[in-house]
Design a protein around this ligand. Structure first.
Ligand code: TRH
Length: 392
């Protein structure tokens, strides 16, 4: 067991996009609310943070939101005392925490537990690296790697204890769903159509998918946040892709939504029939939403992301060809000739035809993931094990 009201510092550098702060904010809240830790979240980019959490004040050096102390991480300078150091220190994705903070960590007795929280991958090597120690080259400190993942030999996935209850309550009442989407101007006719949320990187083949939906037999409403697939969306709309803009052509309606607070983004995923998601955090939230989803993976050098994508598809849907084929083509992860010849109407139809199998898999997948425990709980269990080992 960890002492009650242990303190924890989580350091987050917002490298690009919103995933890093999205994950850290979720984790910080969960550790505060469910594990009763005194959490400080150090963030270097409050502006990005504010987009997911509108309560964030941009100028404040220190502020409290949802019980979490948020500290503006301005630079690598600063002198820290032993009393400034938390009992548990997490650096997200190998971000370098200030040298002065590390020096103070080395003075603490007992020494703080120090973790590097890594990125999510379904690749096999993750199990071998999860919880490995990494001794500091000079100081008497050891950092441990902690990997999220999809098996019991990894840290699991982020998931709040009340998530099921909240999602089920939202999905049970049609009026709540209609009221929620209605605030963005979504009409009753759009609500009964096939609703797709679209969150992807700029290189996704959105235009080709729009063409397929437009020429299709069934009405599709695509809800796209401001700033996503802008060129294609504006081409379709014929006007600027500002929140509230909408256009129907053929069977397709495209509606631009504002970039909503993180808690509301979950509701969008719960409300839609198919979710196109990206990166890491929306990807995991789509899995918890339990609806068919397509993952646009963040591109990496030397196409390393393709290996990651295939490892996930192999774990998630080895028997559902439509999911694998759609995902590989969406990510351009097939031979160039095959990509040029992608038959999007057929891909979409196949996905729709497999709806029942995909829904079933979404449920069994959630059960499998739940059996692994959740990331915050697994992290705290590992911390308690490390704390029970006497220091030398
Ligand atoms: O923003 P992303 O592309 O983040 C990515 C990944 O984290 C990736 O691993 C990382 O290497 C790369 O950035 C640099 O996608 P992701 O992970 O889905 O994060 C988006 C966050 O934004 C998520 O917490 C959900 C949130 N969000 C909202 O709060 N409101 C919205 O309207 C939308 C569309 C998203």
């Amino acid at each position: 067991m960890l002492p009650t009201r242990s303190s924890l510092a989580l350091f987050c550098k917002v490298v690009d996009n919103y995933g890093d702060i999205g994950i850290c904010w979720r984790l910080a809240r969960q550790l505060t609310q469910e594990h009763h830790l005194a959490v400080s979240l150090w963030v270097d980019d409050l502006r990005s943070f504010q987009r997911l959490c509108p309560e964030v004040a941009l100028e404040a050096d220190v502020q409290q939101i949802a019980g979490v102390t948020i500290r503006q991480w301005r630079d690598q300078d600063g002198v820290f005392a032993v009393r400034d150091v938390a009992d548990i220190v997490i650096e997200f994705f190998g971000c370098d925490i200030p040298p002065g903070y590390i020096a103070a960590m080395a003075q603490c007795r007992p020494r703080p537990l120090w973790f590097n929280l890594e990125g999510l991958s379904a690749e096999q090597w993750v199990e071998d690296c999860h919880t490995l120690p990494s001794p500091h080259p000079r100081l008497s400190l050891t950092k441990h790697f902690f990997f999220p993942g999809f098996t019991a030999r990894t840290g699991g996935l982020l998931r709040e204890a009340a998530l099921d209850i909240e999602r089920d309550a939202f999905q049970a009442g049609r009026s709540e769903l209609a009221g929620f989407l209605g605030q963005f101007g979504v009409t009753p006719a759009e609500i009964v159509s096939t609703k797709v949320s679209l969150f992807c990187y700029p290189h996704a083949p959105v235009r080709a998918l729009f063409d397929a939906w437009q020429a299709g037999a069934e009405p599709v409403t695509c809800l796209v946040p401001e700033g996503v697939a802008v060129e294609t969306v504006e081409g379709f709309l014929g006007v600027r892709a500002a929140a509230g803009a909408v256009q129907t052509q053929g069977a397709l309606t495209v509606r631009v939504l504002p970039f909503v607070a993180q808690r509301d983004y979950d509701k969008i995923l719960w409300a839609c029939d198919v979710n196109v998601v990206r990166g890491e955090d929306s990807f995991v939230r789509a899995q918890w939403a339990g609806k068919p989803f397509v993952w646009h993976i963040y591109p990496q050098d030397k196409n390393l992301h393709r290996v990651k994508l295939k490892a996930f598809l192999q774990a998630y849907a080895p028997d559902i060809d439509s999911v694998t084929a759609f995902s590989l083509h969406w990510n351009g992860a097939v031979a160039d000739e095959a990509n040029c010849a992608t038959d999007w109407p057929a891909m979409w139809r196949a996905l729709q035809d497999d709806r029942a199998a995909i829904a079933l898999r979404a449920t069994t997948w959630q059960q499998e993931m739940l059996a692994n425990g959740d990331l915050a709980g697994n992290l705290m269990r590992f911390a308690a094990v490390l704390r029970s080992v006497p220091e030398d």
